[in-house]
Design a protein around this ligand. Structure first.
Ligand code: ADP
Ligand code: MG
Length: 269
């Protein structure tokens, strides 16, 4: 009972809080007054057109790039530099080409200060979790894009992050592999639920992955809508054929695309 209520308190507090976030490069205000929070076992999907600042915002949460306005708190502490327990998965995998799968997965742990014994114990576990057994000693160029991203995912998960940031992680793989990886990630998340911010420009992917979908748009961009996705978990392929999934997808589509055609013609005039 005590453990249960402690858990409830913990999950009631947002793990990430973004307050009045803005980013400007010279005269270019990319986004402004962005506010949202993410709970400890929540997946927040962020969707928005190319250039609206999704990557920049993730990098700010990761502590790699400062905001120009506002602040980001993780577990109540202001983010001013990269911190332990926060891991990022990149669109273009971000693997070291001169390191093997095993060494790439071990790298994050090494950076986090893990001992050789811990690395030797954890790396095989996470290679197994993402289904890369047998490929430990392959180099990135020897494996497919999907497998490279499994490796990127294993490297991020191996540090057992409290915050997992994903920047269009399946944007560089073919459509079928993308679907496979989406369901793999959902399976892994069920086993190890954590705070996740999942950036994508796929509406289906945002609805499938997220507990909420934040729609960023405008010039400068801002949070246009913060939509609750009330689809049951675990989410599986069957989720894709639920009527509610179709409704939510249509809703997000309408939100995102309402002015897109107008904007397209404005640009080309
Ligand atoms: N280091 C930088 N210097 C100048 N402009 C940048 C820099 N990084 C990003 N930008 C600009 O900020 C905007 C948002 O970029 P980004 O966050 O990559 O968008 P998204 O990920 O949504 O496609 C783009 O117009 C981009 O050109
Ligand atoms: Mg981006």
């Amino acid at each position: 009972m005590a453990a249960q209520s402690a858990n409830a308190v913990q999950s009631g507090q947002p793990r990430i809080v973004v307050v009045g976030a803005g980013k400007r490069f010279g005269d270019h205000q990319v986004y402004r007054n962005v506010n949202f929070s993410v709970g400890s076992r929540e997946v927040l999907a962020i969707i928005g057109p190319s250039g609206c600042g999704k990557t920049t915002l993730l990098r700010a949460i990761d502590g790699l790039m400062p905001l120009t306005e506002g602040e980001i708190l993780i577990e109540g502490e202001k983010v001013v530099e990269p911190r332990g327990g926060v891991a990022m998965v990149f669109q273009h995998f971000g693997l070291f080409p001169w390191k093997t799968v095993y060494q790439n997965v071990g790298y994050g742990l090494k950076l986090a200060g893990a001992s050789a014994a811990v690395i030797a114990e954890k790396v095989p576990q996470f290679i197994d979790l993402v289904g890369l057994n047998g490929f430990e000693h392959h180099y990135p160029y020897q494996i497919s894009g999907g497998m490279q991203q499994r490796c990127g995912l294993a490297r991020a998960l191996a540090i057992e992050p409290r915050v997992l940031l994903m920047d269009e992680p399946f944007g560089a793989v073919d459509a079928q592999t993308r679907e496979i990886l989406q369901f793999e990630l959902l399976r892994i998340w069920e086993m190890r639920p954590t705070t996740m911010v999942f950036v994508t420009h796929s509406i289906d992917e945002a609805v499938l992955m997220g507990d909420r979908v934040v729609v960023l748009k405008g010039h400068p961009a801002g949070v246009h809508e913060d939509i609750r996705v009330d689809l049951a978990r675990p989410r599986t392929r069957a989720t894709l054929s639920e009527g509610r999934f179709a409704d939510l997808r249509e809703y997000v589509w309408g939100t995102l695309m309402a002015d897109a055609r107008k904007a397209e013609f404005e640009v080309t005039q």
